[in-house]
Design a binder for this molecule. Sequence first.
Ligand SMILES: Cc1cc2nc3c(=O)[nH]c(=O)nc-3n(C[C@H](O)[C@H](O)[C@H](O)COP(=O)(O)O)c2cc1C
Length: 374
Amino acid sequence: MKTLFEETRIGSMTLKNRMWRAATWLNMASDTGQLTKRQEKVYLDLAKGGVGTIITGYAFVIKEEQPNPNMLGIYDDSFIPEYKKFTETIQAEGVNIVMQIVYGGSFSSYLTDSRTIWGPSAVAHPLTEVVPTEMTQDNIKTLVSAFALAAGRVKTAGFDGVELHGAHSYLLSQFLSPYFNRRSDEYGGPIENRARVIIEILEAVRKEVGPDYPVFIKMHCTDDWDDNGLTVDESLYVALELEKRGITGIEFSGGNMDNENYPNKGPGRGGILKAEKQSYFAEATAKIAEHLKIPVISVGGHRSPERMEELLNATAIQYFSLGRVLHSEADIVNRWQQDKTAKPRCISCNKCWYKNGNICILNREPIVSTHVSM
Ligand SMILES: Cc1cc2nc3c(=O)[nH]c(=O)nc-3n(C[C@H](O)[C@H](O)[C@H](O)COP(=O)(O)O)c2cc1C
């Protein structure tokens, strides 16, 4: 019988429990992506709050390509000294810290008129209506190299691992999705081609960080569209290819879209209260996990230790990452360690998005919210 609170190892990482903090953009970094005191405090509270591993909010890998304001940057070496101090502070609490790195693309409303926005194809994003410029193969080489260099910086700065953001309709997940990727070259068409960019990025990252450094990816178990989205079988194919090429573990999210045609089908679903609404990507994730040897982390709607432990023992899912629950209560894991039946305060209202820093509505004044892309 496996338990949530047992210690496990993933390569060089020791994890004191099976709960991770899912990447959460805090909207609190400086305009150019540097850490702020306010942001450091959020991470320190999380580190003291009991979670075993923290994934940072996404960090942009090319200076000119920032999909949202006030997110972390990792686009040049000047970030290394400040992140080094930061990782040491967090690790002193007995917690791992992994940095998530991203290239945004058309899922962005930030300065989109003054920037060149790359996409696999010139297909308007259904939520932002931004039409990207189709990437040339030279652009793809630039992208691959930017991810590799950023991963090298993450390692030098002392993070326990790096996570590629391959989900939520940001650029890498767009390559995987037939909806966004209409290319006719070797990067489009069948899933073998649509996966090529991510495979090239993993290979370049491995060259940069070596064979043993923990490299994760967040990707979709399915886009959750009934037409033209990434299917579970295709995700399984990608996962197996990444496993062969040395990915350390995969965090499975899902559901690109949340609009009138696909209500509440996005990655962060609303109103997760009843047990049957919780852990909403776990079933599709479990279908993939049973074919993989590497650790699988499930994200999306985990709200109770009992449900997580049930999944832990009934499926091949080994870890659980928590977004909004920890955003509301940084110490919920400590509370759960005392009482596994403790109810989280988060009701998945999705009012975490706020122009002056993404903060749970219950943790801030005044109460005003704006929903921005995630
Ligand atoms: C305020 C906010 C910011 C987020 N930022 C990111 C991010 O930077 N990278 C990412 O992969 N997902 C991001 N997400 C999505 C979460 O990581 C997670 O996948 C989603 O919230 C579902 O998990 P939950 O039900 O535990 O909240 C964000 C979610 C929220 C609410």
